[in-house]
Design a protein around this ligand. Structure first.
Ligand code: TNX
Length: 769
């Protein structure tokens, strides 16, 4: 432990992310200048030297020359030769002496990672003349063998130039897998020579919804693009030079609208028009055939599992894919495949009968297992999202656990290898701030949360833990239309993830990472990447006052001594200055609260929130069913009486959400009060499996034990987007306790997205008048 502490204390001056295993600084420096010589003996180490030079050239505008030997002023890239595979195959050591720098890798990737560390010892100021590198010794190796980043190019297409940048970012973080999500409902992005329609038809959609799902309109702009096989080869080679494996994903059996639009016979019902659930484009309105999707979500038109031609098609596609991607792993998706069509399809039903499959989940399992056999026969290993566990796991498959950690735990217990990608920690499409201005899918995953992620679940014993290969950041691009938005979403969270994956558990600490992050921000500037400054923003905590009469607002900022000014704008627009923030402030009246600071032109932050008080605001509240971990609200049940509710849809952090469960909230008013109406703010967004409650019932009590019903209602009045209020009105009542029951809709009906699954129920505020 002492040794670890020592390491941590020493390294801050070196500021490397991910944090190396051991650093020992000895005082003094070595200087890199234009005369420094690169020594590299073999082809591979020369390549590493060249990549080092490329970075120098790009960032600082000079490069170094190679020589076979030098006694002073050198940087040596040297991969060690072993008789037997060393313990830490991807490890390296680096000696920084007065005479020069030696990087000794345990393998070529190891030497490459040593070079990456060296890049982080270079100055963050561009025009420094000499580069002083502290004399030190570093020993380093990764904790996990799978350190991945994913990119969805289906929802939005990104040019090869950006894909290469993305690969550079992966390399700069010593990560080694790029999961390329190449096919989607909204676009097929890889050229397949045997099936030209996939890119002639499937790579293009007639328009895209505007704004957050379900959208306010369609932009009616034809959108698309694809990678030629030559481009793919180029990308794969570019990645390989950086010791990164590209794992292609060809989605099946769901998320296949684009393939079906290209070849309608892949569907169970080739004649049936594609259903675009919201805001179809003008072009699509007049087209009664199959179409590439224009909105986000999960769609029912999937590959037919009863038709052998589907498998022939997919195998032929695989043949071309495998020829392009040398990766041992091939991803076949497997997630979010509605079974609606299969239930109605005579061919699927006949297949189930012939094989004695008991339900459509077993049919999906048959589908994946059949593809796995094919992939295995070509010497490759199949990866799928955790749904491939349902109905029986394919014998050799690797599971990517995205719906929390459970899939990963189950798979590891069945001795399958696992890559962890749980939504709440590593979905980099989620918001990283509570005050997001741009459009994002929702959720709240700040950098602290990513950093706190531990990929090996505590439920696993040590044998089972060995099946956890690592983890991956997922980047779904429904709401990322441009490279700069992708950068904004991945940085700085990707840097935190790299440390989770590389650095041993005992060797990393959030506060130390925070120190190094300051330097990392400067490095982003050096790399000219667009990154989120959410780390510096005002963090707010809302709490009830002890007497339950007001809302306490606590503000925090990472800027030391930030001067945070506060205002209150009253409903009549009168504005009051509340002075500078010193300690938690108590709000008791309606109005819009503002808190704001400016550090410099790059960093400023404003928190702005309307509060609305009524008889239950800040009162004691409890709920029975615990909400889903993705939608816990802010401070649990208190979220329902904190005086605020969403105007932005699901991305607002105040929501409590339940799958299948009812909401039952009991409020203690503290004393008898009279009232005649209660209102519940809720969400109606069926395309995302979110339903209004069947009804809202209000019960009242004076002892908190025996409740009598005061009224019931189903009437929903929309306010913004898909949100609105359900009000229950009744003759004036007088009571101390109020119970609100919102009955969950239950099972999603046939013909709707997610049919057969349990519906979500949402609430972010209750009001009583
Ligand atoms: C679920 S994660 C999906 C994606 C969406 C994503 C949005 C997974 C295997 N499927 O299709 O883009 O949610 O966060």
């Amino acid at each position: 432990m002492l040794a670890t502490k020592f390491c941590l204390a020493q390294q801050t001056s070196l500021s490397i992310i991910p944090q190396p295993m051991h650093i020992k600084a000895s005082g003094g420096t070595f200087s890199i200048n234009k005369k420094t010589i690169i020594i590299a003996k073999n082809q591979e180490d020369k390549k590493t030297g060249n990549l080092f030079n490329e970075y120098l050239q790009k960032i600082y505008g000079f490069k170094l020359s190679f020589k076979s030997e030098a006694r002073t002023n050198y940087i040596r890239f040297n991969t060690l030769v072993f008789i037997k595979v060393p313990d830490h195959e991807e490890g390296y050591s680096m000696n920084i002496l007065k005479e020069g720098i030696s990087i000794n890798g345990n393998s070529y990737p190891g030497t490459f990672y040593g070079m990456q560390t060296l890049l982080q010892l270079l100055p963050v100021e561009k025009n420094k003349k000499t580069f002083s590198i502290p004399l030190s010794r570093i020993e380093d190796y990764p904790r996990f063998t799978y350190r991945g980043m994913h990119l969805d190019v289906g929802r939005h297409f990104f040019p090869v130039s950006f894909i290469k940048k993305y690969i550079d970012y992966i390399a700069l973080h010593k990560m080694n897998f790029f999961h390329w999500h190449l096919t989607e409902d909204q676009g097929w992005r890889i050229e397949i020579k045997k099936y030209p329609n996939l890119t002639k038809v499937g790579a293009w959609r007639s328009g895209t919804i505007v704004g957050r799902y379900p959208g306010t309109a369609n932009d009616n702009i034809r959108y698309g693009g694809f990678y030629t096989q030559a481009e793919i080869k180029d990308v794969v080679k570019y990645a390989a030079q950086r010791h990164i494996t590209v794992v292609p994903e060809i989605e099946m059996p769901g998320h296949s609208s684009a393939a079906i639009a290209s070849y309608p016979w892949l569907s169970c019902f080739p004649e049936k028009e594609t259903f675009i659930p919201s805001n179809p484009s003008e072009a699509s309105k007049g087209n009664h055939g199959k179409k590439v999707q224009e909105t986000w979500g999960v769609f029912e038109d999937v590959y037919c599992a009863g038709n052998d031609s589907t498998f022939t098609f997919l195998q032929n596609v695989m043949d071309e894919v495998l020829a392009l991607f040398p990766s041992k792993y091939v991803h076949v998706g497997g997630d979010e495949c509605p079974k609606t069509n299969w239930k109605k399809c005579p061919r699927c039903q006949a297949r189930m009968k012939a094989l004695g499959l008991k339900d459509e989940h077993e049919l999906q399992s048959y589908f994946i297992q059949r593809m796995e056999k094919y992939v295995n026969s070509k010497g490759r290993t199949l990866i799928g999202w955790d749904e491939i566990l349902e109905g029986g796991l394919a014998p050799n498959a690797v599971v990517m656990s995205w719906r929390g950690e459970k899939g990963g735990i189950d798979a590891a217990k069945q001795s399958h290898n696992v890559v962890m990608t749980p939504g709440e920690y590593v979905y980099l499409d989620h918001s990283q701030t509570k005050n997001e201005d741009s459009l994002v899918i929702g959720g709240y995953t700040p950098i602290e949360k990513v950093y706190a992620y531990e990929p090996v679940p505590t439920e696993l014993n040590s044998d089972q833990s060995n099946h956890v290969l690592g983890a991956q950041g997922n980047v779904w691009t429904e709401y990322m239309a441009y490279p700069s938005k992708v950068e904004y979403m991945i940085f700085p969270r990707m840097s935190a993830l790299s440390e989770v994956l590389w650095t041993g558990k005992d060797n990393r600490s959030w506060s130390d990472f925070e120190n190094r992050l300051q330097m990392q921000f400067k490095r982003y500037d050096l790399w000219k990447v667009n990154y989120s400054k959410a780390y510096y923003e005002l963090k707010t905590t809302l709490l009830p006052t002890l007497d339950n009469q007001g809302i306490q607002v606590r503000l925090e900022s990472k800027i030391p001594n930030a001067e945070i000014q506060m205002y209150m704008v009253k409903p009549n627009r009168d504005t009051f200055a509340l002075g500078y923030y010193e300690s938690p402030i108590v709000l008791k009246d309606n109005g819009e609260f503002w808190a704001t600071f400016r550090k410099d032109k790059n960093i400023s932050s404003t928190y702005r929130q309307s509060f609305s008080f009524n008889k239950v605001t800040s009162k004691k509240i409890s709920i029975t069913a615990i909400p889903n971990e993705k939608y816990p609200g802010q401070g649990g049940a208190f979220s329902l009486v904190n005086g605020i509710w969403s105007r932005k849809g699901l991305s607002f952090p105040d929501w409590l959400g339940w799958i299948g469960d009812d909401m039952e909230a009991t409020i203690d008013l503290g004393r008898k009060e009279s009232f005649s109406q209660i209102k519940m703010h809720t969400l109606n967004q069926n395309g995302s499996w979110v339903y209004l409650p069947k009804y809202v019932e209000v019960l009242v009590s004076n002892d908190g034990k025996t409740f009598t019903s005061a009224g019931k209602s189903t009437e929903f009045v929309k306010d913004t987007l898909t949100m609105g209020w359900i009000a229950v009105s009744f003759p004036q009542q007088s009571a101390q306790f109020i119970k609100v029951i919102a009955k969950n809709y239950g099972t999603i009906p046939d013909g709707q997205p997610g049919a057969g699954n349990k519906a979500w129920l949402f609430c972010d505020e209750l009001q009583v008048y």
